[in-house]
Design a protein around this ligand. Structure first.
Ligand code: ADP
Ligand code: MG
Ligand code: MG
Length: 946
């Protein structure tokens, strides 16, 4: 990364030079400063040009950094003896040189390129620029990683008014020759000379001339253009080029070649490429390679074709060859979409025909397969596909062209695939002994698993899209609309499925969010309450759907002029953010089979444990199913909201003195105990970290005046009194206010009761031979004295309970590290802790001085404009917040060797954060239940050295 940064200013300088000089890149710098550089290496000139073809190659597949992905694989295929048209790659080092030397080439390049062209000429038996039998080439860009924004390929380079005659004669097909010429002038004009439409409303200037020609001739199809039409078009194209660029279209093939090479290197610094590199963290000094390759022709007649293929189905991973092709066509036609490609295999061809209601006779006539049309070339293609797959030990995405029944390979690379097919292919390849289990684990992206863990909208179902919001929590959910949490809970009891639709959600809605199948909000971003809670529960959730107008009173929601009412059905796709009208069928995830297999392999590899953040017995059970090895964070405040207990909680808050609080707490104790018993049972034999009360007390009080009046009546106090209490608890900055251990310090009886509930649950279960491993966690410690005091309290209570029960159970008391000061003084704090758990949500907020609840207004902009690489609440800020984590672990373990350390923020389920946790030596990560498989796989990747 540092290298990339270093070269960026240089590149910028080079760019400026280009702008002021306004000249085409210099071909060869005869007396340029470059001379000095090349003179230094005169003894052994740097090799910039790597040839391939004729059964051998200078380079190989391992040299992607030097030759680019395309060039390295072309070299490898050539060495394997596959039919690759000969050619050469100009290395990425030259690209770097070019930008380091004011857009000039080293002197030796000219000679190296000429020698490489001569080699190609020899293999092809043709000559570049020859009047009788001309060699034509393609010029193709290729960086280490495939990069949109780079120059498009130029085909048929070497065509001019002389070589056209040779090509026509040699091919015996005059129309083909003019068609190739026409394509060349068009592509070169567009790609190298920059003759593009000026804005989106304009059409391509060359296409405009073709359309005019067709109109004048009264024809519709390109294929109906005659040789004369094409000849005229070439002339018209050229004069248009002259008119708009002021320069004559280059006739000299060498000038064409250097022009195209310069355009490839130039495209490395165009705006599109720069933006792409910034988004994907690609250093500018990687550079691109240029590939020059002898043309083979798929457009010579009906015994010619061009196409693309995958060695396995990229959609579902089946071990089935999958290809598409066009007869009598060249390269880009397949992707251009102007003609519909046909299927390569007979099976696929029949499936497609059947789906469109085509009879077999019609299919044979209109859309036959390659298998039927060119059986020999097809058989060879299949053979090569399987050779390539065995060689690369991965699914390949290949490009080919057939010239007069002869097959040529033009590209191969590891194929892109969906999450489901990545999983299937990895497992199948282990079965086929192509790869080992470590490789299989590496092949599946942890983040991609998310899509596999939830029900999906049936891709085959018909859909009526109502609107689109932000995808906040993946999965599909369908149900009837409800507009408040109580209705959702009510419906849930009756077994009815609902979608909870709110402007936004708040902690009071939790019970409804639990009961609903999915959550939809009109406001909020990816870190809004609905989004965070939705993800935590594994509930499909779409937020921030701005088009949505919700009327709570009328119980309607409106999008444009479509109105839906409470009780109407909708379906959410939390992975895309789409909202559909009606119940769209969904398909369930498959957690056994290949998925289970891969997870087992991952578990064997990883060294870090994975726990869950879970607050209820149900979540704990789900977490265990997903492979949780304990609970890393059990928040007790959620238990305070449930049902009637909120009343007891409010009574406690409203009490004037300790005895009043104790009275209310006595009511809460049995309820909390019951909760703990449920959770401990679900996690039998595994550790459960329980966090004592964390949020400020006012969060439990009603907010609106009506709610206050209702509550006042219910508990028999004056509304005025209640309002006063609410106002007295009001804080200007609750995040930094009276919360966490500060509550425990000022109202020790609250923590006392909580510890008692934990220990009584533990002792009672121990009598029933249920093994419980409770870990009592004190939140928001910033000063060691806080922990010292509260740990003392916890131990006192715990020992008392043990005595009462005469139980021999063990427990531990630790703290959450979430205040920067605690991280900085981690050695002092560690004296009083049995374990550390990094609460990276708060630690991020406080380290960055960034309120998670308010950041929605500017954080997305920060990420968009690159001020921040990623949202620090999603992916741990490793340099800043991560520095504190690393420091704290090291400091703490200096005084307490092997102190157990984990992480329980949202980051525990983020793959790159998990890898970071592994690196700094954490014992476990803890995340929401549905992210556990992702964390397990990411931890395995970390152990494999990802
Ligand atoms: P991309 O990176 O966009 O795939 P390519 O460099 O692979 O661009 O070129 C696009 C298409 O051009 C190829 O799929 C191939 O069909 C065609 N092509 C490239 N080089 C040649 C060649 N030497 N002979 C015939 N067709 C070619
Ligand atoms: Mg390609
Ligand atoms: Mg916290």
């Amino acid at each position: 990364m540092a290298r990339g940064k270093k070269s960026a200013p240089k590149a910028a300088r080079a760019k400026q030079k280009k702008v002021t000089k306004k000249t085409a890149p210099k071909r060869v710098a005869k007396k340029a400063p470059a001379r000095k550089a090349s003179a230094k290496s005169a003894a052994r000139p740097v090799k910039y040009v790597y040839s391939f073809g004729g059964g051998r190659a200078d380079g190989n597949a391992k040299q992607k950094n030097l030759l680019g992905g395309k060039g390295a694989n072309l070299a490898e295929m050539a060495s394997l003896g596959l039919p690759v048209p000969p050619g050469f790659s100009i290395s990425t080092e030259l690209c770097t040189y070019y930008y380091d030397h004011g857009r000039r080439y080293p002197e030796i390049l000219d000679n190296q390129v000429r020698r490489a062209v001569a080699k190609v000429e020899k293999i092809m038996g043709k000559k570049f620029g020859d009047a009788d039998n001309p060699l034509l080439v393609s010029v193709r860009s290729g960086a280490r990683v495939s990069m949109p924004g780079m120059m498009d390929t130029v085909l048929n380079l070497g065509m001019n008014d002389t070589t056209i005659k040779g090509l026509a004669k040699a091919s015996g097909n005059e129309r083909f020759a003019w068609d190739s010429y026409r394509r060349f002038v068009q592509m070169y004009g567009d790609v190298v000379l920059g003759m593009k439409p000026e804005d989106k409303t304009q059409s391509d200037p060359f296409e405009g001339l073709i359309e005019a020609k067709k109109e004048a001739r009264g024809i519709e199809n390109d294929l109906d253009l005659t040789t004369d039409d094409l000849r005229e078009l070439v002339a018209e194209f050229k004069s248009m080029v002259k008119k708009s660029t002021g320069k004559t279209f280059p006739e000299d093939p060498w000038e064409q070649l250097w022009g195209a090479v310069g355009a490839v290197f130039g495209s490395w610094m165009n705006d599109r490429a720069i933006t792409y590199r910034r988004l994907y963290d690609i250093p500018a000094d990687w550079g691109t390679a240029v590939n020059v390759q002898a043309m083979v022709f798929g457009n010579l007649g009906d015994d010619c074709a061009t196409g693309v293929a995958f060695t396995r189905d990229p959609g579902n991973g089946e071990k089935a060859f999958y290809g598409e092709f066009l007869i009598n066509a060249q390269g880009e036609d397949v992707v251009a979409g102007t003609r519909t490609p046909q299927k390569a295999t007979l099976v696929a061809s029949r499936i497609v025909a059947k789906a469109s209601g085509m009879t077999e006779a019609k299919r044979k006539k209109l859309a036959p397969s390659l298998e039927e049309l060119m059986p020999k070339a097809y058989r060879e293609l299949r053979k090569i596909a399987s050779t390539l797959e065995k060689h690369y030990r991965d699914m390949q995405d290949i490009e080919f062209t057939i010239e007069r029944d002869r097959l040529f390979m033009l590209q191969t690379r590891n194929g892109k695939r969906t999450a489901a097919s990545a999983l299937k292919i990895a497992c199948d390849m282990v079965k086929e002994k192509l790869i080992d289990t470590n490789t299989a684990v590496r092949r599946v992206e942890p983040a991609a698993l998310d899509a596999l863990l939830h029900p999906q909208v049936d891709p085959k179902a018909a859909k009526d899209v109502l609107a689109k919001g932000l995808p906040a929590s993946p999965g599909a959910a369908a149900g009837e609309i409800v507009f408040n949490a109580d209705d959702a809970a009510e419906a849930g009891k009756e077994g009815r499925k609902t979608i909870l639709v709110r402007v936004e959600t708040s902690p009071e809605d939790i019970h409804g969010m639990h009961a609903a199948e999915g959550i939809l909000t009109a406001r909020g971003g990816a870190t809004s309450h609905a989004a965070v809670v939705g993800r935590g529960m594994g509930k499909p959730c779409v937020v921030g759907c701005a088009a949505l107008r919700i009327d709570y009173k009328a119980e309607t929601m409106r999008v444009g002029d479509r109105v839906l009412r409470a009780g109407d059905s909708i379906t959410l796709d939390g992975a895309t953010g789409e909202i559909f009208v009606g119940l769209v069928p969904t398909v369930d995830p498959e957690l056994s089979g290949d998925f289970g297999k891969l997870m087992k392999w991952a578990d064997k590899i990883r060294t870090m444990k994975v726990r869950a953040n879970a607050d209820t017995p149900h979540d704990a059970a789900v977490a265990r199913e997903f492979g949780a090895e304990g609970i890393g964070l059990c928040r007790t405040e959620h238990m305070f909201f449930d049902g009637d207990r909120i009343d007891a909680v409010r009574e406690m808050i409203l009490a004037d003195d300790e005895s009043g609080r104790r009275k209310a707490l006595a009511k809460i104790l049995p309820m909390q105990k019951k909760d703990f018993i449920g959770i401990f049972k679900a996690m039998e034999g595994l550790p459960v970290t329980v966090r004592l009360l964390d949020p400020p007390l006012h969060e439990f009080l009603p907010h609106t005046d009506k709610e206050i009046t209702d509550l006042a009546h219910k508990i028999g106090v004056k509304p005025k009194l209640l309002r006063e209490k609410r106002d007295s608890l009001h804080e200007l900055n609750p995040m930094l206010g009276h919360r966490g251990c500060r509550l425990g310090v000022t109202f020790p009886e609250i923590y006392e009761i909580q510890v008692r509930a934990i220990m009584e649950a533990t002792c009672e279960l121990s009598r029933k031979k249920v093994k419980v491993i409770p870990e009592i966690m004190i939140p928001l410690v910033g000063v060691d004295k806080e922990l010292e005091r509260l740990r003392g309290l916890a131990i006192e209570v715990a020992e008392a309970v043990k005595k009462e029960y005469r139980a021999r159970v063990s427990y531990s008391v630790g703290t959450m590290i979430e205040v920067p000061r605690a991280a900085i003084t981690a050695d002092e704090v560690a004296e009083h802790a049995d374990f550390y758990s990094f609460g990276t949500n708060d630690l991020t907020q406080m380290t960055m001085g960034l309120s998670r609840d308010d950041a929605g207004k500017f954080l997305p902009y920060y990420v968009e404009t690159g001020i921040l690489g990623t949202d620090p609440f999603v992916s741990l800020d490793q340099t800043g917040v991560g520095f504190l984590v690393e420091h704290a672990v090291r400091k703490a373990r200096e005084v307490k060797k092997g102190l157990k350390c984990g992480i329980c923020g949202e980051h525990g389920g983020d793959p790159s954060s998990v890898i970071f946790c592994h690196k700094v030596g954490l014992d476990y990560v803890s995340c929401s239940p549905f992210r556990i498989p992702i964390a397990r796989l990411a931890a395995a990747h970390a152990a494999l050295g990802a």
